[in-house]
Design a protein around this ligand. Structure first.
Ligand code: UDP
Length: 492
């Protein structure tokens, strides 16, 4: 018998970073904990609570009366006092702000997270959770949690492969031994002889403000209870083993978290309100053949200039495939949409759907008409694409996306690279229409790639089923946390 029967329910406090790529999986995680009989409290700011959490949490609690409630705890965030513009509570604000051109708003925002240290202490003191799941961008959270004897788990929001690749590059600095920044090198120690170039890695600036911040993150991770990863063992076994042996103190892979959303409303309600009627969108897809439609989305932060958007439009048309293309409103296109080639929408009528703003991504990816995904390789999108069994065109822009690309193209072999050379952080490196056309065509015809992708999707679904690898890891983690709780109770 496990410890479950002897200990009262676990209570998780989830302290998330305010960007969609972190907020969305955190909410999925809270739902997952609820299905395991645990209570979760999501710690967030007023605006984010109102915009992204209140509605889906209310629906979840109402629809699952037999499960423990998910609740919200609000922390104020005095933007102006912290030198940020009023209302700057999440990445949407930052990436649609003209200040971005000055280049420092997102860094300022990240560093302002330190403000939460004291409020977090108060919450821990009053709510007395059994575990704090704190985002990687709150490195001080490990010490704060320790003060109250609460185990702190780190949530990165990315997979094992990129965490390990980054670790090896930091350790060995292989880019110091190449003749040019575009020369390929093998990442030392990392299984699989993975190749990359200096201009695609992010670990070079150790002495910069951000470099030091990242160092703090790693230190706090080593001192924490361990790392929670939104991934599953079968996707990256070698890197999961590597992570647990050499990089993190401990690690638990509990994903894909998106697969917990089974109902239409849950899938449709992830993140922001969709800029298209979800039923209309599915009806459009219903009219298409199985595996025939290409979906293009570049996440919530990447931006392309008008010239690039024009090239994407032309490349898509040249590929001849049906498509759904999400154009992020944060892009630099003006009111007149000068980027759209004249007559494009008329010419591609019936063949293409452009969603300006927010797409119900998981609903779309899961539709049988979907045949391929052109992605910026943000981890959530990538994993959602894997769970949907789709081959991909990889188009990384910044952050750890180039590592994620290498996982897809060099390890899983389910992707075709569009050929981006250089990490740009927010505004994508330029790609010509011919390259878009070639990559899309290649992705859509590759039978072997499609077969591998479908196999992976099966494994993803099995991983989260009862007795699957992610289910087992989560059960193990919860048993351990219950033991800690039991021990604490005895010590009192
Ligand atoms: N997403 C969505 N609709 C959109 C754009 C994004 O539902 O129009 C979701 C997507 O499904 C994913 C998240 O937002 O869960 C984006 O996270 P990711 O890690 O892929 O990229 P980021 O935006 O962090 O670069």
């Amino acid at each position: 018998m496990g410890t479950s029967s002897k200990v009262s329910k676990l209570h998780f406090l989830l302290f998330l970073f305010m960007a969609h790529g972190h907020m969305i999986p955190t909410l999925d995680m809270a739902k997952l904990f609820a299905t395991k009989g645990a209570k979760s409290t999501i710690l967030t700011t007023p605006l984010n609570s109102k915009l992204f959490f209140e509605k889906p949490i209310k629906s979840f609690n109402q629809e699952n009366p037999g499960l423990e409630d998910i609740s919200i705890e609000i922390l104020n965030f005095p933007c102006t006092e912290l030198g940020l513009p009023e209302g700057c509570e999440n990445s949407d604000f930052i990436f649609s702000s003209p200040d971005l051109a000055k280049g420092d708003l997102s860094q300022k925002f990240l560093l302002a997270m330190k403000y939460f240290e004291e409020p977090l202490e108060k919450v821990l003191e009053t709510t007395k959770p059994d575990c704090l799941v704190g985002n990687m961008f709150f490195p001080w959270a490990t010490k704060v949690a320790e003060k109250f004897g609460v185990p702190r788990l780190v949530f990165h929001g990315t997979g094992c492969f990129s965490i390990c690749a980054s670790h090896c590059i930091r350790l060995h600095k292989p880019y110091e031994n190449v003749a040019s920044s575009s020369e390929l090198f093998v990442i030392p120690d990392l299984p699989g002889d993975i190749v990359i170039t200096e201009e695609q890695v992010i670990e070079k600036e150790e002495e910069s403000v951000m470099g030091k911040f990242m160092k703090g993150i790693r230190e706090s991770e080593r001192e924490s209870f361990g790392v929670l990863v939104n991934s599953f063992y079968e996707l990256e076994p070698a890197y999961s083993d590597f992570l647990k042996s050499f990089v993190a103190k401990r690690g638990w892979l509990i994903g894909p978290l998106s697969l917990g959303n089974r109902k239409f409303e849950e899938k449709a309600g992830r993140g922001k309100k969709a800029s298209i009627d979800e039923h209309e969108c599915l009806k459009w897809l219903d009219s298409k053949k199985c595996d025939s439609v290409v979906y293009l989305s570049f996440g919530t932060m990447s931006r392309f200039n008008n010239e690039q958007l024009t090239e994407i439009a032309a490349g898509l048309e040249m590929s001849g495939h049906d498509f759904v293309w999400v154009v992020n409103k944060n892009g630099s296109q003006g009111e007149k949409e000068e980027w759209l080639p004249e007559g494009f929408e008329e010419k591609t009528k019936g063949k293409g759907l452009i969603i300006r703003g927010w797409a119900p991504q998981v609903l779309i990816l899961d539709h049988q008409a979907l045949g391929g995904f052109v992605t910026h390789c943000g981890w959530n999108s990538l994993l959602e694409g894997v769970a949907a069994g789709l081959p991909m065109v990889t188009w990384p822009v910044g952050a750890e996306q180039f590592y994620n690309e290498k996982l897809v193209t060099q390890v899983l072999k389910t992707g075709v690279s569009v050929g981006v050379k250089k990490l740009m952080q927010v505004v994508g490196d330029f790609i010509r229409r011919e390259k878009v056309e070639r990559a899309v065509k290649e992705m859509m015809v590759g039978e072997e790639r499609r077969k591998c992708a479908k196999e992976l999707a099966k494994m993803a679904k099995n991983a989260v089923k009862e007795g699957g690898s992610s289910d087992i890891e989560l059960n193990r983690l919860m048993e351990e946390l219950k033991l800690v709780k039991l021990q604490k109770g005895k010590e009192k």
